[in-house]
Design a binder for this molecule. Sequence first.
Ligand code: DAK
Length: 260
Amino acid sequence: MSYTNILTEVRGAVGFLTINRPTQLNALNPETLQEIVQGMRELEGNASVRVVVVTGAGDKAFVAGADIKAMQAMGFAEADAFGRLGHECMSTIEECPRPVIAAVNGFALGGGTELALACDFIYAADSAVFSLPEVTLGIFPGWGGTQRLTRIVGKAKANELIFTGRKISAEEALQLGFVNAVVARAELQSAVEVVANAIAANAPLAISYAKRVILRGLDVGLHGGLAFERSTFPACFGTHDCKEGIAAFLERRPAKFQGR
Ligand code: DAK
């Protein structure tokens, strides 16, 4: 498919979705949010894609937030629609049955941090900068930032970051626990490809079940989460990949998973 503000590409088992408005630091306007939803659906529907990587075009930014110019003219109804679309975009990423890795290559501000937080985990360039500066504009993080950041770093840290809007380095984000790895900018793509390919070598349906159980488990108490895990687990034994993985182990050969 062809898009205006994003690029999609499949290399081997990895699908790449690149937000591509570098002159506006990849800021998210309504069209870009819509295209991200379409791009995710396209990659999700491609049977050869086992992992998706989301990144930003250019050297400077992952995503510098919601498009501030686009927001200037918005009234209540437009802002409501923009909010819904943003949530749809973040949820499409979060609910994608394949793992989604954010490769944060520069500024991830406001909606950029929120987009990264909707991914399953974040690898960041050492030059990356994160923040939720919405309160400096008279708004607050409204595409999931208040919820997703708080669940990862806890209430007090999230409060401080959201109330001050201060920028933090990739290293501080790593210490806070919402970035998994920080690598030199020039090595970001290869580091992400290494982890993406390691994931892609494993059983896709098992990963998809695990992702869903982890995600749903965050919404419920321990007992509810354990019950969901227990009831989902037997589905693995209905898959060809489970039989293949067990047989391959016993026959001392590498497993060849087919995602069925
Ligand atoms: N929106 C639109 N354009 C942006 C932009 C943005 N967020 N960020 C940068 N740009 C544009 C600049 O205007 C400039 O465009 P031209 O003037 O050349 O046309 C170009 O990108 C290059 O930016 P700079 O010239 O500013 O570059 P610098 O290196 O000097 O500075 C910077 C880089 C990233 C520090 C700076 O651009 C900056 O502070 N950008 C804004 C960052 C920011 O405040 N982002 C948070 C936006 S608030 C909602 C839910 C959630 C949200 C909104 C609604 N609802 C529920 C409805 C989310 C809100 C946000 O994300």
